[in-house]
Design a protein around this ligand. Structure first.
Ligand SMILES: [Zn+2]
Length: 389
């Protein structure tokens, strides 16, 4: 039997087991860095499939690495699994499916790995939703021996090559001076006004920023009582752009807005980056084309991407190694991610079908990379040209 047929047949044999695992993770949502059950179940399935397991991995309790024992000359391919859920909404981003797509692909490939070059690794990456698990793993050296990385995210459309936005979280704080807001307002310095001025200046800036960039914020502290001039006020912003450099430029423009507000009000500004930054996704076109051929052969035509984008720590991985982050359709209509409806879709029949097709497409793409040296050469060449690495 041909390599792909054999891997895909194996995935079909495992379909029930994989789906049961996806539903179990779905029914037990765990937040970033607390995904202990998911990691135990996923590594158990991989161990049973003959993989060697390291957990914890890269200094993270809920990260893991599973490697197939058939190590040969050739590229090391990492299939990434995410498995964190969202507060209150559970698996409303469908990461339960990302995890079982990775495990399904790996177990399918295990059936033929003896006949393939290279090394097969599954990396379990915690806390994609704001915790930057992959950034921490990169810093820990987890991708140093990886040559190609891929994962598949569920969505309302099957997409290849859709990017993601670079993101920086910015916290601004203003320190003013309290005083009675009615009897002695002239003695106060209003920190809340400084936050409001920042938003007003930012809204004026918005007309002049490039398409696709996003700056959105909330007021996290706006004072304590109307009869006290707010002495402290704070806001949190997400600054996003399709390019890493432009994101950095916008962070500086936001700083100017806040500095102007500080000057106008007399409040003292503290401006700092909060949390982690994610880079914009740098999707590898040649790798994406290989995935496209596989997923289309499985009956999932790739659609044209319209509309907005979020941010993901896979962006950072894509600047370390050639990588793709395609999307697999699991709905019959437009359903936004991070909604209750999407959480339902992640446990639906279409979710099951999408999971199996994506697992097969990932396995097929790995086989293409391992068996077509010219494809691998193009993937590397594109990556080196874009990143200068
Ligand atoms: Zn997600």
């Amino acid at each position: 039997m041909d390599l792909k047929d054999a891997a895909w047949t194996r995935i079909d044999e495992l379909a029930e087991e994989l789906w049961e695992l996806a539903l179990r993770i779905h029914a037990n949502p765990e937040l970033g860095f607390q995904e202990h059950k998911a990691v135990a179940w996923l590594t158990e399935a991989l161990r049973k499939g003959g993989f060697e397991i390291q957990v914890p991995y890269g200094g993270l309790e809920t990260a893991f690495r599973a490697e197939h024992p058939a190590r040969k000359e050739g590229p090391t391919i990492a299939i990434l699994a995410e498995y964190d859920a969202l507060p209150e909404l559970g698996h409303a981003c469908g990461h339960n499916l990302i995890a079982t797509i990775a495990v399904g692909a790996a177990l399918g490939l295990a059936a033929v790995k003896d006949r393939l070059p290279g090394r097969l690794v599954v990396i379990g990456t915690p806390a994609e939703e704001g915790g930057a698990g992959k950034v921490l793993l990169i810093e820990a050296g987890a991708f140093r021996d990886v040559d190609v990385a891929m994962m598949v995210h569920p969505a309302s459309h099957t997409l290849v090559g859709r990017g993601s936005l670079a993101i920086t979280e910015v916290e601004i704080e203003f320190q003013g001076r309290a005083s009675h807001a009615s009897s002695e307002p002239e003695k106060g310095i209003n920190a809340l006004d400084a936050v409001i001025q920042t938003f007003v200046a930012l809204n004026a800036l918005r007309q002049h920023i490039k398409d696709g960039a996003r700056i959105h914020g909330i007021i996290t502290d706006g004072g304590v009582k109307p009869n006290i001039v707010p002495e402290h006020a704070a806001a949190l912003f997400y600054v996003r752009a399709p390019e890493n450099d432009y994101r950095d430029e916008l962070v500086e423009k936001l700083r100017r807005c806040a500095e102007g507000a500080a000057l106008a009000t007399g409040a003292k500004l503290t401006f700092r980056k909060a949390g982690h930054e994610y880079k914009a996704m740098n999707p590898n076109r040649h790798l994406g084309e290989a995935f496209k051929r596989n997923i289309e052969a499985l009956g999932y035509p790739v659609e044209e991407h319209h509309g907005g984008m979020g941010s993901t720590d896979m962006g950072d991985v894509s600047w370390e190694v050639p990588a793709i982050h395609p999307y697999i359709k699991i709905t019959d209509r437009e359903i936004p991610a991070h909604s209750r409806e999407f959480a339902e879709a992640a446990a639906s029949e279409l979710g099951r079908a999408g999971m199996l097709a994506a697992a097969k497409a990932v396995a097929g793409t790995c086989i293409d990379v391992w068996t077509d040296p010219e494809l691998y050469r193009k993937i590397r060449e594109e990556f080196e040209r874009k990143t200068g690495r």
